[in-house]
Design a protein around this ligand. Structure first.
Ligand code: PHE
Length: 450
């Protein structure tokens, strides 16, 4: 069996975890949710959810992973031998596998749009609805894009923890932050962008409904990559002197900042073009934005190429660092449980996920008639993973750390054996026992009954 490596540096640990958290959820899903839920008021509630639920649950995952230094399934078995808790580990790894299967397909779309914008075709096309639908329903183009994307992810994971995950996170995360900075400046300088800023900054609390609240909890969970074994696996590579509460806070701050800045890239641009709606839904970045680029940069197409190229590169990098963590969650398990080489384990994951990915991709075209409960294969995967297994997993993690594990063990892990001070321990303990599980349960029931 191969030796287990740790992340070589604390900054590597933070950037890798932030890479997992920052993904399509920030750049694509967050602005969509903001648009659908009334702007600033949603952001306000979202921040609250990150602080009260997101950070505490992330700390729980960190402490489980770092304490056991093992993949997610083994981690639960080690902490609760012979108990049913192991099932939570299995669910985490399974859900990572499922999500990776369709995540690579959407990531492949970003790759296609990047190539198209760099090639200048994106600015030349006019009917973006048609472009998008033609592409996703094509039987082989999106599959090919997905395979290329999976190849990139595989290449990094097969290289291991330090020379793969850590090295590439340290390279890609700063690039991603730089691109965001450039795009925010570009977007602000568009005429009419102030309406977009107002939408993002001026809360209208009359828009706050129970539904908005629940969407915010759901978004926080998804965006922080919680309950999928990803952060638990990464934390198993943290060094003994890593400050867990600080790392969780740092990762959450980076993730939230990227989400809000993505809003600042998208909305001023969208508002600067008349007749484009802010609540366009999932098509926002693939259908609405290209037409925004086209209209806004009508007179200076070169700037349009630049803006759209950077934007899709940003999406691609964000997706890649997230896909890496999903892949690693499964690879680490295979590698350690079956004592096979990293190369073999990662190949098994890549090939089997890609096979399922093909089915997900075809469900937008030739297999669109294959449905269960009215959902096609892609939607079925997404629904089962993010609406059912994830929330239940989240609740179980809270109960596990808040009620099952010994309080002393938990406290000593969060304070590195008493060598660090963690002043907010009592508050954290209260949140993880009483607040987070109920909040997640509320979202779960609401989504299920809706
Ligand atoms: N957090 C990622 C995002 O915002 C999604 C993700 C979920 C990534 C789970 C890894 C694991 O897109």
């Amino acid at each position: 069996m191969e030796t287990r490596h740790n992340f070589g540096s604390k900054i590597g640990a933070v950037l890798a975890s932030a890479g997992s958290a920052v993904g399509l959820g920030n750049v694509w899903r967050f602005p969509t949710e903001v648009g659908n839920n009334g702007g600033a008021a949603f952001i306000f509630v979202y921040l609250l959810c990150i602080a009260v639920i997101g950070i505490p649950v992330m700390m729980s995952e960190f402490l489980i992973g770092r304490h056991t230094h093992a993949n997610t399934i083994t981690a639960f078995s080690k902490l609760a031998p012979g108990k049913w808790w192991r099932i939570e580990g299995i669910a985490g790894v399974f859900v990572a596998f499922m999500i990776l299967s369709y995540y690579i397909i959407v990531s492949g779309w970003t790759l296609f749009y990047l190539v198209k914008s760099v090639g200048g075709q994106l600015m030349a096309d006019k009917d973006y609805n048609l472009v998008f639908n033609d592409f996703v329903s094509n039987p082989w183009q999106p599959v090919l894009a997905g395979i290329v994307f999976m190849g990139l992810t595989h290449f990094i994971i097969a290289r291991g923890v330090q020379s793969g995950i850590e090295k590439f996170s340290k390279l890609m995360m700063p690039m991603l932050l730089l691109i965001i900075g450039i795009l925010v400046v570009c977007s602000f300088s568009m005429p009419g962008s102030s309406d977009g800023m107002r939408f993002l900054l001026k809360p209208d609390f009359s828009k706050l409904t129970a539904n908005v609240l629940l969407s915010a909890v759901g978004q926080a969970f998804y965006s922080l990559s919680l309950a999928m074994g990803c952060l638990c696996t990464y934390a198993s590579y943290f060094r003994q002197d890593t400050n867990l509460p600080k790392t969780a806070a740092g990762v959450s701050i980076i993730d939230t900042l990227v989400a809000i800045l993505s809003g600042f890239i998208i909305f001023p641009a969208v508002f600067s073009v008349e007749g484009v709606s802010v609540d366009a839904g999932p098509g926002l970045v693939f259908i609405t934005l290209p037409s925004v680029f086209n209209i806004a940069f009508h007179h200076i197409p070169l700037l349009g190429y630049f803006f759209s190229g950077f934007f899709y590169l940003l999406l691609l990098l964000a997706a890649l660092t997230s896909a890496m963590s999903l892949h690693e969650s499964v690879t680490a398990y295979l590698l350690e449980a079956f004592r096979i080489s990293r190369r073999k384990a990662s190949t098994i994951v890549s090939v089997s996920c890609m096979t399922l990915g093909v089915a997900c991709s075809l469900s937008f075209g030739v297999w669109s008639h294959l449905t269960l409960f009215g959902l096609n294969i892609f939607e079925l995967f997404d629904f089962t993973a993010s609406k059912i297994i994830l929330p239940i997993g989240g609740i179980i993690i809270c109960i596990f750390t808040g009620w099952y594990l010994d309080r002393k063990l938990v406290e000593s892990e969060l304070t590195n054996n008493g060598t660090l001070r963690f002043r907010l321990f009592r508050l954290w303990y209260f949140l993880i026992r009483f607040v987070a599980p109920f909040a997640i349960a509320a979202v779960f029931l609401q989504e299920l009954l809706a």
